[in-house]
Every structure is written in structure tokens, then in C-alpha cells.
Design a protein around this ligand. Sequence first.
Ligand code: C2E
Ligand code: MG
Ligand code: MG
Ligand code: MG
Length: 281
Amino acid sequence: RAKQDGRNTYCFFESEMDALMKARRELELDLRSAIEKGQMQLAYQPVINSETLEIAGFEALLRWHHPQRGWVPPSEFIPVAEASGQICDIGAWVLRQACQEARNWPDHLWVAVNVSPVQFKHRDLIQDLNTALLDASMSANRLELEITEGVLLHNTESTLATLESIHSLGVSISMDDFGTGYSSLSYLRMFKFDKIKIDQSFISDLHQTQDARAMIGAITSMCENLGIKTTAEGVETRAQQDILIQQKCSLLQGYLFGRPVLSSELDVYRFAKQQQDYHTR
Ligand code: C2E
Ligand code: MG
Ligand code: MG
Ligand code: MG
């Protein structure tokens, strides 16, 4: 009897798992043709200089419009693409696309591209970078790569060598989601990052707790001493903005300044003008 129940439970789980696996396989299959079918686009979110309140650059964020499912969030399809290895081709496309699009912007504006740990390890990233920059004839110092601690988790010689090669091209490197990992601080000793992006979880409770404010202040002054710029992610309120400026965070990013805008709808010149008008009002 008990055995019978156990068996039923097992069967139930199995079919649930089957459904999940099936959905994942379908997503993986659809991902294969997503780029060639024109379903992928980049959206750009402005990053603001906290001293001048002018736009300093944009972060490129990948968007997938699936014909049946509609917009699929990156949190859903990036892990699938990483598990299947498709992220390498997708990531190379993102690099090319971001450079092609940013070359038409005013040339004081940089573009930041997210690079997956899988892409970082399994592909000649340097080759992809070079091609993207050359084809767009964009200068390397306008490009920035955002990596997460997943890249540094296995601290091998080759990881550091790749980071150095990126730097020697003139491309900047930021550490994304700073503070969420296990040893964010120790990574700062391993490599000379140009910028860290303080994770939005630190920003969201800024106005509620004194601790959060002290933490931001400690991070920004440490980084200032190390010659590293700081970006606050997920800034949504004016109160947060004020505290972050007071705590000398170099750059601000979040819905307060603008949501990510699809490249097809983005007019960088008009956008920059509107931002200025808003802040001088
Ligand atoms: P991320 O790189 O940390 O990007 C920031 C995320 O925060 C974006 O979500 C952005 O839309 C969101 N965000 C920006 N401002 C605010 C705000 O004020 N409040 C809130 N609540 N959220 C805000 P998104 O676009 O859904 O991307 C999620 C993650 O997916 C990214 O986190 C990044 O890790 C990954 N991702 C996106 N595009 C790419 C890509 O081209 N390649 C790779 N490898 N990963 C990507
Ligand atoms: Mg990012
Ligand atoms: Mg982030
Ligand atoms: Mg994030």
C-alpha cells in the first residue's frame, strides 16, 4: 500500500519534471532561430553622472519577443542559453549589435554590455570583441563589459589573462551586482576593475536603514581610494538619489532616470536633452 503511494508520488513528480524539461527544451529550440528571425533586440538604459546629472552612457539589455509567449524576460532565457551553450553566439551578437548602434551616438557616451561567465570561458571573447569594434569602427574606450563574480569563481590564470587582454584593447571592465556574492571584496584584489555596480538590493532599503547608508558610504570611499568608479543600480526614488550623491557614488542608474528603451524607439539625442531639461527644471 505504502509502496503503491510512493510510486504514485514518484510518477506525479516525474510528469511535473517532464513538463518542465519540455518547456525548457522548447525555449532552447526557439532560441536557436530567435536572432535570425529578428526576435532579439537590445534595450538601452541611461546611466547618469551623479555630479552633473547628465547621461554618461547606456547599459545594453537583451530583449526577446517570442511569437507566442510575447516578451520573455532575460532571467528566463539567459539561464537556458547558458546551459545549452547558445549564450556564446547570442553574446557575440549582442556585442556586435551594441557597437553598431552606439557608433551613431554622440561619442562621449559609452555603452556597457553584459558578458555571461559561460561566454567568458568558452569562446574567444577577445576575437569577438575585436571584430565587433572593428566592424563598427568604434573606439574601444567607449565600450565597457559587465561581468559577474561567476567569471572569477574559478580564479585561473586564463581568466586573469583574458581580463588583461580586454584591458589592453582599451575596453573597460565593471563588476556587476557587487555585494551579492560570497567574496566580492577579495575579487577587487585580484584584478583592477574600472567600476563596480552596487547591487540594487543595497539601494532599495537606503532610506529605511542607517546601516544601508553606512554600507554605501564605505563602499564608495574604499573604491575612491582604489581608483574605482561606483554605479548604483536600481535607483527609483529622489530620496535614494540624494543619499547616493551625498555618499559620493559616481554614477546612478534606475527607473528614476529612465527604464530600458528598445533601440528601435531610442533617440539618444532627444533623450539626453530631456534628461537635462528635467534636472534643470
Ligand atoms: P543586470 O545586468 O544587473 O541589469 C540590471 C537589471 O535591473 C535589468 O533587468 C534592468 O532592467 C533592471 N533595472 C534597472 N533599473 C531598475 C530599477 O530602478 N528598479 C528595478 N527593480 N529594476 C531595474 P533585465 O533587463 O531584466 O536584466 C536582468 C539580467 O539579465 C541582467 O542584470 C543581466 O544579468 C542579464 N542580462 C540582460 N541582458 C543580457 C545580455 O545581453 N547578456 C547577458 N549575458 N546577460 C544579460
Ligand atoms: Mg549589468
Ligand atoms: Mg546588475
Ligand atoms: Mg542584476
